[in-house]
Design a protein around this ligand. Structure first.
Ligand code: GLU
Length: 291
């Protein structure tokens, strides 16, 4: 066991799961087995007394499958690569998929008697001071009520200008807003390597980061992430800067086996642990330019 991982003061946990971890690669449809396991793990954290926020991707993927968007649009008569078309289609898909995904979460969490809530955010919510204040209050009350907020970007109304771009960054923002003690980023990679292990077999795994620095940003540069989600290792490093400076530890781990959630919380040596380094001058808006 890696005894540098101190979880004694961890009470509030944000868990982020990427699209590729909860949808089927072949169809894009929801992977109900994975979702069930995720919900069981998170419900168990609640039963142990932790406060939990879930940041879940998957809306676009689930919506594309639910509405047969590939068959309808990508039949050779329209150009799926046209950026405007793509954005409009994705936004419509997100509206369909988010509702479907939330219905699945509601059903599964209800089986474990958990109260859930949906919070859809845009970049404006954090850049604008009043909006940030309001959304922070919403989270505070939801957690006081014992609910598990399920968060995603409001993809249906977010245009390119107001997008976070990826849920790695969004989850770090949420961790800073709720003053989380721990952010767990679950994706299709074991953690941080010195280079992209998919391309470089000599890449070495890094189990522990004492403090974020440019060195780790450089390690992540070559990686692009999976095809389904948008975040690669570089966005995870950006998330790590935000989360650790705001006072949360962060763990990057593989969602292949969702036992990792309780293993991390039990202090086991899985994934890459990035130690919190609270910066007294941390100010979330510094990370985003006002439009
Ligand atoms: N918000 C997007 C969705 O739910 C995912 C963004 C991401 O992959 O990080 O489909």
């Amino acid at each position: 066991m890696d005894n540098r991982r101190d979880l004694s003061s961890v009470k509030r946990i944000v868990v982020k799961i990427g699209s590729s971890s909860i949808t089927h690669k072949e169809t894009g449809g929801a992977d109900l087995i994975k979702l069930e396991k995720l919900v069981r793990e998170l419900s168990d954290l609640r039963n142990r007394g932790f406060e939990v926020v879930l940041v879940s991707s998957g809306a676009i993927s689930v919506g594309i499958q639910a509405a047969n968007i590939r068959d309808i649009y990508y039949d050779g008569t329209s150009d799926p690569e046209h950026p405007d078309d793509k954005l409009r289609i994705k936004q419509a898909a997100a509206a369909i998929g988010q509702a479907r995904l939330m219905m699945i979460y509601q059903k599964l969490f209800a089986e474990y008697n958990q109260l859930t809530a949906q919070v859809l955010m845009t970049k404006r919510n954090v850049v604008n001071n009043l909006n940030r204040f309001n959304v922070t209050n919403t989270f505070d009350e939801l957690l006081k009520l014992g609910a598990i907020p399920v968060v995603n970007e409001n993809d249906s109304i977010s245009t390119y200008e107001i997008k976070f771009g990826d849920n790695d960054t969004l989850s770090a923002i949420v961790a800073s807003l709720v003053k989380a003690d721990l952010l767990i980023l679950l994706s299709d990679i074991d953690g941080l390597y010195t280079d992209d292990p998919r391309q470089n077999p000599d890449a070495e795994f890094i189990p522990y980061v004492e403090e974020m620095s440019e060195k780790f940003d450089d390690y992540a540069k070559g990686s692009t992430g999976s095809k389904v989600g948008t975040g690669g290792m570089a966005t995870k490093m950006q998330a790590a800067h935000i989360a650790t400076e705001s006072g949360a530890h962060m763990v990057i781990a593989n969602a292949k086996n969702l036992d990792v959630i309780h293993q991390i919380v039990d202090g086991e040596d899985v994934g890459t642990w990035i130690q919190s380094h609270k910066n007294p001058d941390f100010y979330l808006s510094d990370y985003f330019e006002e439009e």
